[in-house]
Design a protein around this ligand. Sequence first.
Ligand SMILES: [Zn+2]
Length: 244
Amino acid sequence: MIAKCVLKYKRVVTVQMKQEVEVSYKIYQDHASNRRIFGFWSAFVPCATQNKDAVQLTLEQIDVIKRLIDKYPQFLQFSTSVTGILEAHSARPRKIASLIGIEGGHSIANSLGVLRSYYQLGVRYMTLTHTCSTPWADSANDPPVVNGLTEFGEKVVREMNRLGMVVDLSHVSDNTTRAAIRISKAPVIFSHSSVYSLCNHIRNVPDDIIQSLKENGGLIMVNFFPEFVKCAPNATISDVAGKY
Ligand SMILES: [Zn+2]
């Protein structure tokens, strides 16, 4: 069967695997050298799996990501640390350090034990929500219920800090985002968002959060999805050139 791997917002690569899966890939590029520094493979499972088989499917995503990396050792190197990223970089020919992230807190099924197990498997970031809220954090796509983080939600952020797993806030509601930045002792990321000043979209980051991000030391990985940068179905390079 065929596994389809989406290089997020870039292109689609098709590789031969034993089961059908879809994983997305986010590339982190150094603007100075224009080199690809590393990539995060997203172990994403749909919101419909929440309270059902989200954990099993997330484990299967992690498995297929690892098998994919193993299949192309000439290009990819599984990495879980800065040292691993630097090793992939110094290899000749240079390899793309390949890390794993989980896109959606529903994947932990309200369990810190599951969160810790993902870390042991190599997961190094988790987006607190996808397009569905969890019982402990609100998604930007759902009406707010928690309006921040519950006590358990705060524990999730603290445990991610303790483990060394990056807190990702793309997809997360603004008030849950503000709470997470307040709680987090480590820099947070927005793995694929843009900014309100370009387009007032629920997936974009408002100015006050950008200000708090400065103090937190976090960063926004820019997303060129047309709806986010132009509030329209189509955008061109001139719509984003010089704006970031
Ligand atoms: Zn996403």
